[in-house]
Design a binder for this molecule. Structure first.
Ligand code: PRT
Ligand code: ZN
Length: 220
């Protein structure tokens, strides 16, 4: 039986198109698939698993997928909150979906450093990373967990500052917020478990990674 590599990617969202585009540039072609979960490659021993980005590290950790493409921010948040995720490693940075996890504050407050936030409430979708960063800095804050629209929290009066992903900065600007610190620089990355992999899938992955490195190098 010939082995195939199972690669988990985001089904829709900011990482979905970039992941497919990169695989396409690496020469991997996909048949149209009626299956919303699986998409087999036509000319490579590869099956894509199409899922929510937040689920990708868990699926790779649990063995449902062999490799995954995910934002470094998602991996780092899980690793900050649960030591089991340190069993995952980044094998290749993929140089798309770049963004920063920034602490931002209302311009009108005039705050300029993390120490200004002592005793304040920080709204974020990245509670583990945010908590760890303030703890490391010895600054006492209250973390308010939100699933989305974090940037409106100060205007709603439910937080004094936010910690959120920033790419162009337009969202911060539109909400009269400004970055005062960067906790993480992020991009899409290829991940896999550190141990317990099969040599067959690793061989397929090596061929794929050689091609991806070629694509990334030629984009420089
Ligand atoms: O449905 P699913 O759970 O799979 O998707 P999702 O909604 O959780 O994620 P999605 O598709 O929004 O983002 C996927 C990944 O893209 C993130 O985990 C990051 O790794 C990466 N990425 C890159 C970004 C951004 N740039 C980004 N700007 N993710 C989100 N944003 C948001 C940010 O949260 C803020 O609301 O865009 C807004 C800020 O953008 P600017 O340009 O105004 O600064
Ligand atoms: Zn998500």
């Amino acid at each position: 039986m010939s082995e195939r590599m199972r690669l988990a990617i985001q089904s829709k969202g900011r990482l979905a198109d970039g992941s497919l585009e990169l695989l396409g540039k690496a020469g991997v072609r996909f048949n149209n698939s009626r299956d919303a979960l699986w998409r087999p490659a036509a000319n490579f021993d590869l099956d894509l698993m199409l899922v929510r980005d937040d689920d990708i590290p868990g699926l790779v950790l649990g063995g449902a997928a062999d490799y995954g493409i995910v934002g470094e921010n998602v991996l780092a948040e899980l690793q900050a909150g649960d030591p089991r995720f340190s069993e995952l490693e980044i094998v290749l940075p993929l140089e798309f979906a770049s963004c920063r996890l920034d602490v931002a504050t209302p311009v009108a407050r005039g705050w300029s450093s993390l120490t200004d936030l002592d005793g304040q409430r920080i709204a974020t979708s990245y509670p583990a990373l945010t908590r760890a960063a303030f703890k490391d800095a010895g600054i006492d804050v209250e973390i308010i967990s939100m699933n989305g629209s974090v940037e409106v929290a100060p205007r709603l009066g439910i937080a004094d500052a936010i910690c959120d992903l920033v790419s162009s900065g337009a969202t911060l600007k539109a909400n009269n917020l400004a970055s005062i610190a960067t906790l993480l620089e992020s991009q899409a990355v290829l991940i896999r478990p550190k141990s317990g992999r099969t040599s067959a899938t690793d061989r397929i992955a090596e061929t794929l990674m050689d091609r991806l490195r070629g694509v990334l190098a030629s984009a420089q």
